[in-house]
Write a protein that binds this ligand. Structure first.
Ligand SMILES: O=C(O)CCC(=O)C1=CC=C[C@@H](O)[C@@H]1C(=O)O
Ligand SMILES: [Mg+2]
Length: 325
């Protein structure tokens, strides 16, 4: 595919567009697509979701550009503990997915348009049953509740799960998050208020969350995430943006370089894709993923290569974002 001049000037030598079907619908998506870029440090991923406009997507490109052209920080650990990620699926499938990869923490999606509260409760019961009493279970509502819905749903979810580690982004606004956090006993994590906010640290400064979920692409890259985490001074959960192993490995690099890592990270999402760009995909085993930087396989870049029309859309997107760098 065509490489914007601004990226060539900064050392990008190759760019490939890919598209891989998901195993289950997640975030309303059934196919994941994106671009991988090659620079002097290796391959890096640029894969903003399609609902991110060019201004927001520019942060994803800054991440890819830095990861392809500048060395990653020194790792402080060789493997990262991860959580199983459970989409909105029936209880029997949730039970099965919770055990894939041997994680001792699961994150369960709730409050989805495709799911009622009773169904969310059943999904949580199934996950607890699968993992046993010592596992940690967190839920992610993706800002779909209002204040009152949160305050009513969270204690019910907490009971069904046999105890929740935290609730991720129950409501959209900072003000509502503060109110919910005051009203419930379960700790609160912020995600959208970090990754889609003009000021990702506002939530930390306001004391509105107990945990920050951080994703390297939307936040502009590994180095910037390390700066933000140091300033936020809150426990960080590094999570994926449903990347291929090329992008997941940047998340692992961030998690590996954090001075303190107290929670399992949401980087075991490779299993939600039906294929990958590397020969040995980054997958959880015994609940951890090794901190590695696998390189894409030429045959896999070929076989997962995006159709021409999709590639043209990504070329336009890359160009628009490159102009905003
Ligand atoms: O945190 C995890 O366990 C996996 C990543 C994950 O849940 C997400 C990745 C990308 C987009 C999001 O809708 C979703 C999230 O909201 O955290
Ligand atoms: Mg989230």
């Amino acid at each position: 595919m065509r490489i914007p001049a601004a990226l060539r000037e900064q050392g990008i030598e190759d760019a490939r567009c890919w598209s891989i079907p998901m195993t289950t619908r997640f975030r309303g998506i059934t196919v994941r697509d994106g671009v991988v870029l090659r620079g002097p440090e290796g391959w890096a991923e640029f894969s903003p979701f399609w609902d991110y406009d060019p201004a927001e997507s520019a942060a994803w490109l800054r991440c890819a550009l830095a990861d392809a052209t500048a060395p990653r920080p020194a790792p402080l650990r060789g493997s990262i503990e991860v959580n199983a990620t459970i989409p909105v699926v029936p209880p029997a499938l949730a039970h099965r997915l919770a055990r894939v990869g041997g994680a001792r923490t699961a994150k369960v999606k709730v409050a989805d348009v495709a799911s009622s509260l009773p169904e969310d409760l059943e999904r949580l019961e199934a996950v607890r049953d699968a993992l046993g009493p010592d596992a940690r279970i967190r839920v992610d509502a993706n800002a779909r509740w209002d204040r009152d819905e949160s305050i009513s749903a969270i204690p019910q979810l907490d009971r069904a799960a046999g105890g929740l580690e935290y609730v991720e982004q129950p409501v959209a606004s900072l003000e509502d998050l503060v109110a919910v956090r005051r009203a419930v006993d379960v700790p609160i994590a912020a995600d959208e208020l970090v990754r889609r906010a003009e000021d990702p640290l506002r939530v930390a400064r306001a004391g509105a969350a107990d945990v920050l979920v951080m994703k390297v692409q939307p936040l502009g890259g590994v180095a910037r995430c390390l700066e933000l985490a140091a300033e936020a001074d809150l426990p960080v959960v590094v999570s994926s943006a449903l990347e291929s192993s090329v992008g997941l490995s940047a998340g692992l690099a961030f998690a590996a370089a954090l001075p303190e890592l107290t929670h399992a990270c949401g980087l075991a999402t490779g299993v939600l894709l039906t294929g990958d760009l590397v020969a040995a995909p980054l997958r959880a085993d015994g609940g951890t993923i090794p901190v590695e930087r696998p390189r894409p396989e030429p045959e896999l870049l070929e076989s997962h290569g995006a159709p021409r029309e999709l590639t043209a859309r990504w070329e336009q997107r890359l160009e628009a974002c490159a102009q905003l760098l």
